[in-house]
Design a protein around this ligand. Structure first.
Ligand SMILES: NC(=O)C1=CN([C@@H]2O[C@H](COP(=O)(O)OP(=O)(O)OC[C@H]3O[C@@H](n4cnc5c(N)ncnc54)[C@H](OP(=O)(O)O)[C@@H]3O)[C@@H](O)[C@H]2O)C=CC1
Ligand SMILES: O=C(CO)COP(=O)(O)O
Length: 336
C-alpha cells in the first residue's frame, strides 16, 4: 500500500484519487474548500465537479495540506495551471516543516501565463530539490467523467526517474485503467498543453456545422504543428505518436466530455468567449495556452497557421468563418 496525497479536488484530481483509493492505496485528497472536503468524507460525492459519481467510501479528503502530505511517498498535484505555483508554494512550506522527501507528480495540462513555463518547471522552482526525489507527469487521453465510470483508459506516466514513474504506474493501474511509462517529461507536458488548443478548434468546426472530414484535417495538420514546435523545444518525436501526443489529441479533439472541445463548440455556435467561460464552470486550459504558444511559435520561428488562426479568433475577435477561409486559402504546399 502506498501513501499518496492528491492536491486539487476538481474533476481530474477526484477521479485520480478515487482510482488510487479503489486500488487499495492510502489516499488523501486535498482541497482548499472545507465544505467540499466534508461532502467527500460524509456523502462520498463531489457534486460540483463529478455530479453523477459515487466515490469510494475510504477516499479521505482534507483541507489541511500538512495532514494530507504527512508521511506520503507521492504528492500528485492536479490543480489548474493558474493555481499550480500558489499550491506548490504551500506544499514547499509544508514539506520544509515535515522534512521528508516525496515523488512530486502532476497531471496539469498547460503553460504558466507570462513566463510560459511548463508545470514541472514551476514545481521545481517552488518545492526545493531537497524535498523531492523525482518529478513525474501523468498525461494521456483520460477524461475524468469516463475514468470515474471505469470506462477503459490508458495514460502515460513520464519521468527521467524510471522507478518513480513505475511506482505511479503501479498505484494507478487496474483492470480498466492502464498506465504506461515513458521518459520524455518535456514532450509529455508540451503536447498535453498543445492539444487543448486544437480541441477548441475542433469543437468550433462542429459548432459551425462542419463534419468529420474537417475534424480529421484539423487534427492531422495540427499534429504537424505540434511536431514542429515540439522538436524545436526539445521533445522526443516518438512521444507525439504515443498516448501523451496523438492519443490525447484524439480524445480531446473528438469527445464532448472535453472542456476545450465544448468551449470551441460554443464559439462555433456563436457564443462569446466570456459566455463560454462562464457557462463552463471548469477550467478551459486551451484559452491561455493559445496565447503562450502563439508567442512561442514566433520565438522558435515555427510556422503554426492553425494556432495563429485560433489565437486570432480568441484574442482579436476574428470571425471563425473568416479564420477558416484564410486557412483554406493559403498557398498550396506539400504535407510536410
Ligand atoms: N478534467 C479532466 O478530465 C482532465 C483534466 N486534466 C487537467 O487537470 C487540471 C485540473 O483540471 P480539472 O480537474 O478538470 O479542473 P476543474 O476545473 O474540474 O477543478 C479545478 C479544481 O482546482 C481547484 N482550485 C482552483 N484554484 C485553486 C487554488 N488557487 N488553490 C487550490 N485549489 C484550487 C478548484 O477549486 P474551486 O472549486 O474552489 O475553484 C477545483 O477543485 C487541468 O490542467 C486539466 O487540463 C487532465 C486530464 C483530464
Ligand atoms: O486532457 C484531457 C483529457 O485527456 C481533458 O481535456 P479537457 O480539459 O479539454 O476536458
Amino acid at each position: 500500500m502506498t501513501k499518496i496525497a492528491v492536491l486539487g479536488a476538481g474533476s481530474w484530481g477526484t477521479a485520480l484519487a478515487n482510482t488510487a483509493a479503489e486500488n487499495g492505496h492510502d489516499v488523501r485528497l486535498w482541497t482548499h474548500n472545507t465544505d467540499q472536503a466534508e461532502e467527500i468524507n460524509t456523502q462520498h460525492t463531489n457534486t460540483k465537479y463529478l455530479p453523477q459519481a459515487k466515490l469510494i467510501d475510504k477516499l479521505m479528503a482534507t483541507s489541511n495540506m500538512a495532514l494530507a502530505v504527512s508521511d506520503v511517498e507521492i504528492v500528485l498535484s492536479v490543480v489548474p495551471t493558474k493555481a499550480v505555483r500558489e499550491v506548490a508554494k504551500q506544499l514547499g512550506e509544508v514539506l520544509k516543516k515535515q522534512s521528508h522527501t516525496v515523488i512530486l507528480a502532476h497531471a496539469t495540462k498547460g503553460l504558466e501565463q507570462g513566463t510560459y513555463k511548463r508545470i514541472s518547471e514551476m514545481l521545481a522552482e517552488e518545492v526545493p530539490a531537497l524535498y523531492r526525489s523525482a518529478l513525474v507527469v501523468v498525461s494521456g487521453p483520460s477524461h475524468a467523467e469516463d475514468v470515474i465510470k471505469h470506462d477503459l483508459t490508458a495514460v502515460s506516466i513520464a519521468s527521467s526517474d524510471e522507478s518513480a514513474a513505475r511506482l505511479l504506474q503501479k498505484v494507478l493501474s487496474n483492470n480498466t485503467f492502464r498506465a504506461y511509462t515513458n521518459d520524455d517529461l518535456l514532450g509529455s507536458e508540451l503536447f498535453a498543453a498543445l492539444k487543448n488548443i486544437v480541441a477548441i478548434g475542433s469543437g468550433a468546426l462542429i459548432g459551425l456545422g462542419y463534419g468529420a472530414n474537417a475534424q480529421a484535417a484539423l487534427l492531422t495538420r495540427s499534429l504537424v504543428e505540434m511536431r514542429a514546435l515540439g522538436l524545436a523545444m526539445g521533445a522526443k518525436e516518438k512521444t507525439l505518436y504515443e498516448l501523451a501526443g496523438i492519443g490525447d489529441l484524439i480524445v480531446t479533439g473528438m469527445s464532448p466530455n472535453s472542456r476545450n472541445y465544448r468551449a470551441g463548440l460554443g464559439l462555433g455556435q456563436g457564443k462569446t468567449l466570456e459566455q463560454v467561460e462562464s457557462d463552463m464552470g471548469m477550467v478551459i486550459e486551451g484559452v491561455n495556452t493559445t496565447k503562450a504558444v502563439y508567442d512561442f511559435a514566433q520565438d522558435y520561428k515555427v510556422d503554426m497557421p492553425i494556432t495563429v488562426a485560433i489565437y486570432q479568433v480568441l484574442y482579436e475577435n476574428k470571425p471563425i468563418r473568416e479564420a477558416i477561409s484564410d486557412l483554406m486559402g493559403r498557398p498550396l504546399k506539400s504535407e510536410d
